[in-house]
Ligand binder design. Structure first.
Ligand SMILES: Nc1ncnc2c1ncn2[C@@H]1O[C@H](COP(=O)(O)OP(=O)(O)OP(=O)(O)O)[C@@H](O)[C@H]1O
Length: 606
């Protein structure tokens, strides 16, 4: 174990972080040594950003010093700015210093959606700083000619996926040798997903071209064997900034300001239960609902429509423009309910089952209708103001749960999750609880039964729900899914042209259009008062009052006053840091850990 010249710098960072946690309000981006133009840009953002989050406080100085960093911090903790700010600072400083043949920085993410999100954040910072830095985003579905045009120059920063970089290399759009000469910083964002998205070979090929001097940053919300593999593959002697989860405090994986509930119900009763939750207004909007297959999403959408509840469906078979537009509309508060099918597993399963486009196995064009392999609804997408996440189906893994629930409680907001758990899903619920650190011997349940939904309330809707569910047949689902896809393919072209000219015109195409042919029957649209018991009425009132108290208007947007938030309710503040520095050879290991006492102090403030 040897001390090195780098250790004092790390200790300083940690001390600052501890001090800042004790005296809220003192820490600043200036103290981190960032370019003043970037700090000004942060204050000019729609929601002004004044203070760094814990992960930013620790990661930014290390990245500015040129260190390789692995940052594992919970969802919504501000990891994107933790790497974008120092990356831009460094490129500003070196601007124009040397003529290059390839970009100086690559930011690689697993999905087209993330590409777009990171690119938007990056471009807005560059614009606000008024610097002549050029960034481009590329995804694999672009033609080679388009890639070539985008990379001419070349731009300073490329935001892309590993597969797309591989495509650029094999098409000769980027020369292997120019990467060796030009690349200064490589960022792998959502690193835990990159390998499971099948990018391992692409990343290995890229690694072989990296110059020794290239600084590598790896960002992730969960730790996994895949992250470890990537660390070994790409990083030299990195600083590892981790969640306390790694030290056995796993509940920190979900931000503390998210209340987690579950409801026990049979698979058959899931439609009934979700109807009760939404129709009786027992959960706060906006609501993001996860299912495990595209057909289930459409069945749910059609079912809810019959009761006058409009929703949009987001899934991997939609064209990318549509998906991006749905996300933008939802984030802008144009509709309250979004039903998403989230993970790769369901894509693979559906492809194997020939389920694409309404499940038509006969279609000759099936291979063309493959879902987009660069699609990722959950990981890393910054959904705005989602108050409730509902698991209509349970995710297949604890990591999937963490990522789903992480779509609420982002930045300075509170949130809730409700998981509908059938008898088949009890096992995964138990696995998730164990993963999160639930101690069966102590009374410390992190996921508790949802108290606002009574059996009476559910039963009051049973007859209507069951009757209506029968009318949502497999044929109806297949037709709706095919119709939605046709609409969205048409929209996609219109969207592309229109939004190039009018980027802010989100109202043009609403994605929560009704798909069923008949309008909802009046007796289903409005639940008669006599059906709702007193307890449910009170519960619904509480939810509405809470919504009003939080300053959220009917469109799901916050009113224009600054909420005072409690520090302990803030996921951006609950990051704890352990940093260790390891060398791959030589056995040298340096560690700077938060002391137990410091952690206890932090815990007290919750
Ligand atoms: N210092 C800050 N102060 C306030 N808000 C911030 C700050 N940094 C980032 N945010 C906001 O917090 C939200 C979440 O940030 P970000 O998307 O980077 O989270 P993340 O850690 O990457 O989450 P995930 O693991 O889910 O991708 C964003 O809306 C971002 O604008």
């Amino acid at each position: 174990m040897g001390e090195t010249i780098e250790k004092p710098a790390l200790e300083t960072s940690l001390k600052e972080e501890e001090a800042n946690d004790d005296e809220e309000g003192d820490e600043s981006f200036e103290e981190l040594g960032l370019d003043p133009r970037l700090i000004r840009a942060l204050t000019k953002k729609k929601v002004s950003i004044a203070k760094p989050t814990p992960i930013q406080r620790v990661a930014i100085p290390l990245i500015l010093e040129g260190k390789d960093v692995v940052a594992q911090a919970k969802t919504g903790s501000g990891k994107t700015l933790a790497y974008l700010l120092p990356l831009l600072h460094k490129l500003f400083a070196n601007f124009g210093s040397k003529k290059k043949l390839a970009p100086s920085a690559f930011i690689l993410v697993p999905s087209g959606e993330l590409c777009q999100q990171v690119f938007k954040e990056l471009s807005s910072l560059i614009d606000m700083c008024k610097v002549q830095l050029k960034a481009v985003q590329l995804t694999s579905n672009m033609p080679v000619s388009g890639m070539s045009a985008a990379l001419s120059g070349p731009p300073h920063i490329l935001v892309s996926t590993p597969a797309c970089v591989a495509k650029c290399l094999s098409a000769g759009v980027i020369q292997s040798s120019s990467i060796g000469d030009s690349l200064e910083i490589l960022v792998l964002d959502e690193a835990d997903l990159l390998l499971s998205f099948g990018y391992e070979d692409d990343l290995k090929a890229l690694t072989a071209l990296l110059p020794r001097s290239c600084q590598c940053l790896l960002m992730s919300a969960t730790s996994s064997a895949d992250v470890d593999k990537l660390k070994k593959l790409i990083l030299h002697n990195p600083y590892i900034l981790t969640l306390p989860e790694v030290e056995g405090v796993k509940d920190e994986a979900i931000p503390k300001n998210v209340q987690q509930f579950w409801v026990s119900c049979s698979d058959r009763d899931k439609l009934l239960h979700i109807l009760a939750l939404l129709k009786l207004e027992l959960v706060q909007k906006k609501v993001l609902i996860f299912t495990n297959s595209i057909d289930i999403s459409f069945r749910l959408k059609l079912f809810l429509e019959k009761f006058g509840i409009k929703s949009a469906v987001l899934n991997a078979e939609l064209p990318q423009n549509s998906r991006l537009h749905i996300l933008e509309e939802f984030n802008a508060g144009l509709f309250d309910y979004l039903i998403a099918t989230d993970d790769n597993e369901s894509k693979e399963k559906e492809q194997a089952n020939g389920e694409s486009l309404g499940g038509s196995r006969k279609s000759k064009n099936r291979s063309k209708q493959k879902v987009d392999t660069e699609f990722g609804v959950v990981r890393g997408i910054d959904f705005k103001n989602v108050h409730t996440v509902i698991n209509y189906n349970m995710p297949r893994s604890p990591a999937g749960y963490v990522h789903r629930i992480g779509r609420t409680g982002r930045a300075y907001s509170t949130g809730a999750s409700v998981s509908l758990v059938s008898s088949d899903e009890v096992e995964i619920l138990e696995e998730i609880k164990t993963f999160l650190g639930d101690d069966k011997d102590k009374d410390s349940d992190l996921i508790v039964p949802f108290p606002l939904l009574t059996q009476n309330a559910v039963e009051s809707l049973r007859y209507r729900a069951e009757d209506t569910a029968k009318s949502v047949t497999k044929v109806a689902v297949r037709e709706a899914r095919a119709q939605d896809l046709r609409n969205e393919i048409l929209n996609s072209e219109k969207l592309k042209a229109h939004f190039e000219a009018n980027p802010r015109d989100l109202d043009l195409l609403k994605h929560d259009k009704v798909l069923s042919k008949k309008p909802p029957a009046p007796h289903l649209r409005d639940v008669p008062d006599y059906l709702i018991d007193q307890k449910t009425k009170e519960a619904s009132k509480i939810i509405k009052l809470a919504r009003a108290a939080m300053g959220i208007n009917n469109s799901g947007r916050r009113q224009g006053f600054k909420r005072k938030h409690r520090k302990n309710k803030d996921p951006l503040k609950t990051f704890s840091v352990e940093a260790s520095k390891r060398t791959s050879k030589g056995g040298m290991k340096r560690e700077a850990k938060e002391s137990d006492e410091t952690r206890r102090k932090k815990k007290k403030s919750f």
